[in-house]
Design a protein around this ligand. Structure first.
Ligand SMILES: [Zn+2]
Length: 411
């Protein structure tokens, strides 16, 4: 079920130092049924390491990927409409990189195919790859050609031989989930057209320093990405980051544009981010120890605030039950004695208990009838939309607690 890497995933160095220990935690998406109350949950170490040689921040405890992803419950959309965010993304790629209607677009971790459908509807040849059989089946039923598999060098060779090289390969919120970066890069090298572009979108490590988003650490997220370490990784495979953008998704995300080495001119944006990472001293182990001590302080401040509110007789519930919320609840040991429930719109989670702390997940209707004095906003990445949606709750005196940052804030 779990293996422990003794060497860095990217440079194979043994100079790995643990700087953050979030305890032994259950898998962040393993919501259990109420009747499982007495069952013992499996937990795994949730510890973050820094490689002093290449600078990659990473987990070394790797839970079996079959276990994590075979029946992934997350669906990126309700077909057929792609969200405004991804539509702008697809339009941008089409404008910049797809000159020819016969272009081939491959997506790794394609989920229900919503993004690929955008390209298919415009006449491009598409292929989805997703390990979750239930989701790949759904995508195929909706007409998006999807293979139920993990991306690998071997699979890339087969696809290239049968369908030709890919002009665009997309990997959104999937690269940080991959343990074997060498196999991934070797596969990209085989499948990518000489002028093709690999686009990777993933949370940016700097966000953890700026906003203390330590709750993005959970067992699925094996690496926390920054530009400098990745340049070295891709270089090993004759690949090159030629452009990068910062996107306001899940906090701050990196959108990396990668081609064969020398195929495209390297944008100034790449050098700007390298500079920023050096200013943050992301190459220095001490920065990570400082980060960890800020995280510990943030935890005790949050726990202190919640305790104070409980002492005042206030009622508190969690808003959202996202995977990252479970990291936070388990690390801070916030359970049903503090939170009456967690409200979440995803029917798959409703009626179940959050992993580890076992807070009951309720639907919106329940929440309407049991409004708390305070909501702990676990789904902070949707803060703006949630505060707008809950204007009535706020108008009637309800408050939101934002749990991340050096201090929790109340809105
Ligand atoms: Zn390394």
């Amino acid at each position: 079920m779990i293996k422990t890497n003794t060497k860095c995933r990217d440079c194979r160095s043994g100079k790995l130092t643990k700087f953050l220990d979030l305890g032994s935690q259950p898998l962040a998406n393993s919501f259990s049924r109420t009747e499982d109350l007495t069952a013992v949950e499996r937990t795994y170490p949730l510890e973050v390491y820094f490689c002093s040689d290449c600078g990659l921040t990473q987990l070394v405890h790797v839970v079996n990927k079959e276990e994590l992803f075979k029946h992934y419950v997350y669906f990126s959309s309700v077909m057929p409409k792609v969200s405004a965010y991804w539509e702008a993304y697809a339009l941008d790629l089409t404008k910049n990189f797809l000159k020819d209607k016969s272009s081939f677009v491959v997506e790794i971790g394609s989920n229900d195919g919503v993004l690929l459908k955008f390209f298919q509807d415009r006449g491009y040849h598409v292929l989805g790859i997703d390990p979750a059989k239930n989701i790949a089946k759904l995508a195929n039923e909706r007409g998006i050609n999807t293979m139920a598999a993990f991306f690998s060098q071997r699979l890339a060779e087969t696809i290239a031989a049968e369908q030709g090289p890919a002009n665009i390969i997309l990997a959104n919120n999937v690269f940080a989930h991959i343990n074997d970066h060498y196999d991934f890069c070797a596969g990209i090298k085989k499948l990518l057209h000489p002028q093709g572009v690999l686009v990777i979108e993933a949370p940016y490590l700097i966000d953890m320093f700026e906003n203390l988003t330590y709750d993005t650490v959970y067992h699925e997220h094996l690496s926390f990405l920054a530009v400098r370490p990745l340049i070295k990784l891709f270089e090993r495979f004759g690949l090159e980051i030629f452009d990068v953008k910062i996107m306001p998704s899940q906090g701050q995300s990196l959108r990396l544009f990668i081609g064969h080495k020398g195929a495209k001119s390297v944008s100034e944006n790449v050098f700007c981010l390298i500079q920023k990472e050096l200013e943050f001293k992301l190459d220095d182990l001490n920065s990570y120890f400082l980060l960890a001590s800020r995280i510990e302080k943030s935890k005790s401040k949050l726990v202190g605030l919640l305790q104070e509110l409980k002492n005042q007789g206030k009622t508190i519930a969690a808003y959202g039950a996202p995977a990252k919320g479970n990291t936070l609840l388990n690390y801070c040991k916030i359970g049903p004695e503090v939170l009456d429930y967690a409200v979440d719109d995803l029917p798959l989670k409703q009626g179940k208990l959050t992993p580890g702390m076992r807070v009951p997940v309720r639907n919106r209707q329940y929440a309407e009838f049991h409004r708390p004095d305070y909501y702990l906003l676990l789904a902070w990445n949707y803060k703006k939309a949630i505060l707008e949606k809950e204007a009535d709750f706020i108008h009637k005196g309800g408050k939101f607690i934002i749990p991340i940052g050096d201090e929790p804030s109340i809105i």
